[in-house]
Design a protein around this ligand. Structure first.
Ligand code: FES
Length: 94
């Protein structure tokens, strides 16, 4: 009921024309995906963050993903992947 009438984006909705979103690519390249259970939530939380704040601090990033639990990575690689994606997204916009 809380999302009635709202647009919903799933992890599958981030790919465009067969290309992964920069966040998806960065997660893979940085080793931020292990079992993958938390990955959709992490990436969508990160996308929401970067949509509002294209250059977040590490603290802002950790806060943004805090609603997702990861039992595999220790979060460092996830935070690194989000930073890498933010740089790549910024480069594409220039
Ligand atoms: Fe396994 Fe996050 S990668 S829970």
């Amino acid at each position: 009921m809380e999302v009635n009438g709202q647009e919903i984006t799933t992890i599958e909705g981030l790919e465009r024309d067969g290309k992964l979103h920069p966040l998806q690519e960065a997660f893979l390249q940085c080793g931020a995906v292990q079992c993958g259970f938390c990955t959709p939530g992490m990436i969508l939380s990160a996308k929401a963050l970067l949509d509002e704040n294209p250059n977040p601090s590490e603290e802002e990033t950790r806060k943004a993903i805090s609603g997702n639990l990861c039992r595999c990575t220790g979060y460092a690689k996830i935070v690194e992947a989000i930073k890498v994606a933010s740089i790549r997204i910024d480069e594409v916009k220039r």
